[in-house]
Design a binder for this molecule. Structure first.
Ligand code: IMP
Ligand code: MG
Length: 179
């Protein structure tokens, strides 16, 4: 792995501690409910695996594979859902698990799509949020960390499909990001 990323902005220890807190909070909020934890792949895979194990109540797991047109470090907001859910979410309490909310377009689109299946509720849990970049006012129910307007990689997040396996979160060191 060529080193074009810098020091961690969120370390593995900080990540572990925050996810433990989120898991407790979610377990508390969803006790007695019919929770389906829906992970948005690929970006959420690392966060999802850790979060799911921190939520100590019975629940179902499911995933959506989503691809955004656009590529590079730009977010086009045009989302393509490549797979269907395998669980029937009708009447269930869906918690959407995202890696990062940037403009908000992806989350808005996914909520709209999932709503068609008539779940009882839909909430959003995102590891990261970049509030400065928001163009759509989406309600985020659980946020791991708010980060400044910088392009980050690692812990599931990619730059041109690489660096997802970096075990911590780092700022990508490149010129003209987020143009
Ligand atoms: P949104 O639709 O603009 O909210 O963008 C959300 C998607 O953009 C995320 O799911 C990521 O795939 C991607 N994204 C936005 N910012 C970053 C970043 O800093 N690093 C890696 N991916 C990002
Ligand atoms: Mg993503």
């Amino acid at each position: 792995m060529e080193r074009i990323f810098g020091r961690p902005i969120v370390t593995q220890e900080e990540m572990r501690a925050r996810i433990k807190e989120l898991g407790k909070q979610i377990a508390n909020d969803y006790t007695g409910k019919d929770l389906v934890l829906v992970g948005v792949l690929k970006g959420a895979y690392a966060f999802y695996a850790d979060l799911a194990r921190a939520i100590r109540i019975p629940m179902r797991v499911d995933f959506l594979i989503v691809a955004s047109y656009g590529g590079q470090s730009k977010t086009s907001g045009k989302v393509k859902v490549i797979t269907e859910l395998t669980e029937d979410i009708k009447g269930k309490d869906v918690l959407l698990v995202e890696d990062i909310v940037d403009s908000g377009l992806t989350v808005q689109y996914l909520i709209k799509t999932l709503t068609k299946h008539k779940p009882k509720s839909i909430k959003v849990c995102t590891l990261l949020s970049k509030p400065e970049r928001r163009t759509i006012d989406v309600a985020l129910d659980y946020i791991g960390f708010k980060i400044p307007n910088q392009y980050v990689v690692g812990y599931g997040l990619d730059y041109q499909q690489k660096y997802r396996n970096l075990p911590y979160l780092a700022v990508l060191d490149m010129d003209g990001d987020q143009e």
